[in-house]
Design a protein around this ligand. Structure first.
Ligand code: C2O
Length: 494
């Protein structure tokens, strides 16, 4: 750790605000020799761990005990207090970023300040927020089911034994997401509106659309807290986002995939949060990318074993430099093969759509190296009101069903919905838009098409895309249709 020169730039320190006040004071006082102390603090930064594993070893593990006590203390505060449970949930309800590439840094900062509030209200300075690893434990973890605990939320759609569907948390599905080299396909696209504060829609990448949205649906839809933007009323929310944050950190720090270097992302200022004293804070996205090397660390959360061969592990200064620098992420699309028409499907009634393609162009792209992707865009999708189903996507598998294995070579991925119409309307303050709100999803089908191509099954002049709506496990879906207006298979370079 000796070579970490985290404070070589004064301007960076100015916006930092992520170390303890005491150490910042030492540094601001010009105590150059205090660098060693700061580095020791960084090295010993708290470790975020798997809540189910902690519970299995000892249900009164200090992390679980502090989390319970913190939530209870926050719930006891009046909602007028900015560090109260309800005020924190309202920050999300009123200001959360979704469906574009700000969602990861926004939620990372949200968790950091929440974690500090937990420390403050319990006096436990060693507390680190635990995560729910839905890959290894697909049910809502046991600490959340004791009805006498502050961690219980009666407003859930699942039971303790219900398990999330492998279609969105299965190992091969998550590996495919972690293998994604492009930031926008991994983490969602830039906002489409120029005013990201008011109307922040973009197109959702795979981490957001797949495990993120679906776990919200699985726990909460229809009608529960986790189904809407008031989802942080359920204490499981923070552990869900902690897992997503861990996957992002793993993608950057261990697999060495770069974030975008687009200045509209790095320079974006998040101003929605308060610190542990209830004072407003401002944090830039460029700062959030360093949190997992400065302020907390993760116990390996995601498939480290399975991916061991790919772990490159930049360390120290080289990793810091890599995170600060990022890389261009903008996707240049073309050629594009698309269908524009109203497409509908329903649970039990999948849709298969044939897209005319130039097989030569696809074959060329498949051999184009890691910066050439084949991207399926599912666009102009109506957000269903109840959001109690998700959509499995297959290529050249017209008989695919809700049960077809995720190991089937034609399985491309899945997407779910996370939305809140009422909250969105108040976000934008705009008049109601006609019809249902719409969104879109990006699925990188490159690895899958490479396999199909090797098997010789990609030579025809059309590609069939099947969209298979499936109910969340152990639930009847209410029968809402999936409706969309555009489906595209395109070559994209970055
Ligand atoms: Cu802003 Cu998963 O929520």
């Amino acid at each position: 750790m000796g070579d970490v020169s985290l404070f070589s730039r004064r301007d960076f320190l100015k916006g930092l605000g992520v170390l303890s006040a005491a150490n910042l004071a030492l540094w601001a006082g010009g105590c150059e020799s205090c660098l060693q102390q700061i580095q020791t603090q960084i090295q010993n930064r708290p470790t975020r761990k798997n809540i189910q594993t902690l519970w299995a070893a000892n249900p009164s593990d200090p992390i679980i005990t502090t989390y319970k006590a913190a939530v209870a203390a926050m719930k006891a505060l009046p909602s007028s207090n900015p560090i109260s449970w309800e005020a924190q949930a309202q920050i999300h309800n009123n200001s959360c970023k979704h469906h574009n590439w700000l969602w990861l840094p926004w939620h990372r900062a949200y968790l950091l300040y929440f974690e500090r509030i937990c420390r403050k209200v319990t006096g436990d300075d060693s507390f680190a927020l635990p995560y729910w690893n839905w890959n290894t434990h697909p049910a809502v973890p046991d600490p959340f089911w004791d009805t006498s605990s502050s961690l219980y939320d009666p407003n859930r759609a699942v039971t303790q034994s219900d398990q999330a569907d492998a279609s969105y948390i299965g190992t091969s599905v998550l590996q495919n997401i972690l293998n994604e080299p492009n930031f926008e396909l991994f983490a969602s696209s830039p906002p489409t509106s120029s005013d990201v504060h008011d109307d922040p829609d973009g197109i959702q990448g795979m981490l957001e659309a797949t495990p993120h949205n679906n776990i919200h649906e699985f726990v909460g839809c229809p009608g529960g807290d986790m189904c809407s933007f008031i989802s942080p009323r359920d204490p499981v929310f923070y552990t869900h986002h902690c897992m997503l944050d861990c996957m992002w950190a793993h993608w950057n720090n261990d697999l060495n995939n770069p974030n975008t270097n687009d200045s509209s992302w790095t320079n974006f200022s998040i101003t929605d949060f308060v610190d542990e004293n209830g004072n407003a804070v401002t944090v830039s996205v460029a700062t959030t990318v360093l949190f997992p090397i400065l302020t907390y660390q993760y116990e390996p959360c995601s498939l480290m074993g399975a991916q061991a061969g790919q772990v490159k592990r930049l360390e120290g200064k080289a990793l810091e430099q890599f995170l600060r620098t990022g890389a261009p992420s903008k996707l240049e699309f073309g050629p594009r093969f698309e269908i524009r028409k109203a497409i509908t499907a329903q649970v039990g009634k999948p849709a298969t759509i044939a897209i005319k393609v130039d097989p030569g162009a696809l074959a060329t792209a498949l051999g184009g190296g890691p910066h050439t992707r084949l991207v399926l865009t599912v666009a102009d999708v109506e957000v269903p009101e109840k959001r109690d189903f998700f959509v499995r996507v297959f290529v050249n598998k017209p008989d695919a069903s809700g049960e077809t294995s995720i190991e089937d070579p034609h399985y491309a991925g899945s997407f779910g919905f996370f939305f809140d119409e009422a909250a969105m309307k108040s976000h934008s303050g705009a008049a109601a838009m006609p019809g249902r709100p719409r969104t879109g999803f990006l699925v990188d089908v490159t690895p899958m098409l490479q396999k199909l191509n090797q098997a010789g099954s990609l030579s025809s002049k059309e590609v069939q895309v099947s969209l298979v709506p499936a109910p969340q496990p152990h639930r009847e879906a209410t029968g809402e249709p999936l409706t969309l207006g555009r489906l595209e298979l395109a070559v994209a370079r970055f």
